[in-house]
Design a protein around this ligand. Structure first.
Ligand code: 4AD
Ligand code: MG
Length: 487
């Protein structure tokens, strides 16, 4: 049945990407892939994931068994042998004249959900295991993969060490968000203390544990020896946020650098983001060209006022080529207080006084309407930020920074860390954070403490920006959100 095991002979097998770039005409080639469409009993559009583009395979239908032709359905896996030829057809340079075709895996056209037509993103989310077989999702996920590589490349080439911080954490003091508990107790059967609370001393770790919301505190301890470190791993937040920017499980990149202050941190975040976007602009041309067109089509469906005034590629190039605007929280509040939407009471949360936390409507006003470029806000009020941020001389602001992006809002959150043991302890006491629990964190301030800074970048928000996808659920393979953990 299986003619010389075509699909195991890796060495002689070509990819669609290779063939589309090849000029080795008249040679026999073998290829595996999935049928995207089959038209006129003759033309197979074949894709194998190596590129957004399909290769056309021309079947000699007069000399092909009718039963076999009937099995060439969208979604079927096939092995093909053929001759590479210059294509007569429009929009492609090469094609394969099929000499041998074998169906490796059938796909029943009455049942296969992914037909060659436009499906809604909502429908595709429900079929997340198959949506990767569409142009949109394969393009997004190839860009995601290249972006991941660019992240490692950037840090590795700049002297950073990759650190894997724990996913199960025994400290819940970070305060970055609601946590998911981790326990080996069977639900309902957990032993209780006298007061009715769960007795975690008898649990697997002998204490209460959670999925991490951030690797920062552990990364800080590593920065205090390796100098420059970064994490790149999954983080978890049990917030009930049903927005286009929130996931319950997302990937975060957290660089942490010793002997670097907040200015250095801002420089690093800007240089890093520009560098990884430049990398995908250079290495994902075909996918980005497709996503650029898709973005333009999506924008056309929106009311004029909501439309982006730049194409996707223009937005990416704009970010790479222009300086991010750096603005203090205090300046931002002045701008917002005097802004048109604030005066006309258009903000859901009006800005009246210094000290309030900024909502995404405010962040987007600053980025999209006022400055019209990425913005780094810094020096936030101490009491709306985490305990570990360095207190400024004014005694009321901390050396925090958020990077805000058009269409996304906050993409990075970071800070210069409080390196002074006494100030840090005071802050923890004021916030009722148990010193015992963070004894190891405090040790870094006891032994060889130093100025240091870092930030966290939400990887999916970066992928959203790079691909122009409006919903964060569409840039991670299997999204976890409230009420949704299928697959
Ligand atoms: O601003 P956050 O909460 O900062 C921290 O966790 C710090 N410990 C980071 C650090 O300094 N090392 O989160 C950092 C970034 C946000 O700016 C956002 O891009 C992303 O993580 N993020 C989320 N992305 C998707 N879904 C969520 N629920 C997110 N929450 C935060
Ligand atoms: Mg934040």
């Amino acid at each position: 049945m299986v003619l010389d095991n075509i699909y195991f002979k890796k060495m002689t097998r070509s990819s669609v990407l290779e063939l589309l770039q090849s000029d080795k005409f008249s040679q026999e080639i073998t290829i595996n892939g999935w049928v995207r469409s089959f038209r006129s009993n003759r033309f197979i559009a074949l894709n194998d994931g190596s590129t957004i583009n399909n290769i056309q395979c021309v079947v000699d239908f007069e000399n092909t068994d009718e039963a076999l032709l009937k099995r060439i359905n969208t979604g079927a896996a096939v092995a093909i042998k053929g001759i590479l030829a210059e294509s007569q057809g429009k929009g492609q340079s090469v094609e394969i004249q099929v000499t041998y075709l074998e169906i490796l895996g059938d796909s029943n056209p009455d049942e296969y959900p992914i037909q060659p037509k436009k499906h809604s993103l909502e429908f595709l989310r429900e079929n997340a295991h198959l949506r990767i077989r569409t142009n949109t999702f394969s393009a997004v996920m190839r860009v995601r993969s290249k972006l991941s590589f660019a992240v490692h490349k950037y840090f590795q080439e700049n002297g950073f060490n990759y650190v894997n911080t724990p996913i199960i954490t025994g400290s819940d003091a970070e305060g970055a968000g609601e946590m998911f508990g981790v326990s080996a107790f069977e639900a309902n059967k957990a032993p209780l203390n006298e007061d009715g609370s769960i007795d975690f001393k008898q649990d697997f770790f002998g204490k209460e544990t959670n999925l991490t919301v951030s690797g920062q505190l552990e990364a800080e301890t590593y920065a205090m020896a390796l100098g420059k470190v970064y994490t790149f791993g999954p983080t978890f937040r049990a917030e009930n946020s049903n927005t286009t920017r929130h996931l319950a499980e997302f990937w975060m990149i957290e660089p942490e650098v010793a002997f670097m202050d907040l200015d250095g941190n801002m420089d690093l975040s800007e240089d890093f983001i520009k560098s990884v976007l430049e990398y995908v602009l250079e290495h994902c041309k075909d996918d980005l060209a497709f996503l650029d067109k898709r973005f333009a089509d999506e924008e056309k469906t929106k009311p004029q006022v909501q439309r982006s005034d730049m194409t996707l590629l223009e937005k990416l190039n704009f970010v790479v080529e222009n300086n991010f605007k750096r603005v203090s929280y205090t300046e931002a509040i002045d701008i917002l207080r005097n802004s048109k939407p604030n005066k006309k009471k258009k903000f859901q949360y009006p800005i009246n006084e210094w000290g309030v936390d900024l909502q995404s409507e405010h962040e987007r006003f600053l980025v999209e309407k006022h400055f019209k470029c990425p913005v780094i806000l810094f020096d936030y009020p101490a009491n709306i930020k985490a305990f570990y941020m360095r207190l400024n001389e004014d005694g009321k602001t901390v050396r925090a920074m958020d990077v805000l992006f058009p269409g996304i809002g906050e993409i990075v959150g970071g800070a210069q860390r409080e390196e002074r043991l006494d100030v840090l302890k005071e802050k923890m006491a004021a916030l009722d954070i148990d010193e015992q629990e963070l004894w190891w964190y405090l040790d870094t301030r006891k032994f060889g403490t130093a100025v240091h800074s870092g930030f966290g970048l939400g990887f999916e928000r970066l992928v959203q920006f790079a691909t122009g996808m409006g919903n964060i659920r569409d840039v991670i393979p299997f999204p976890r959100t409230p009420q949704n953990a299928e697959f």
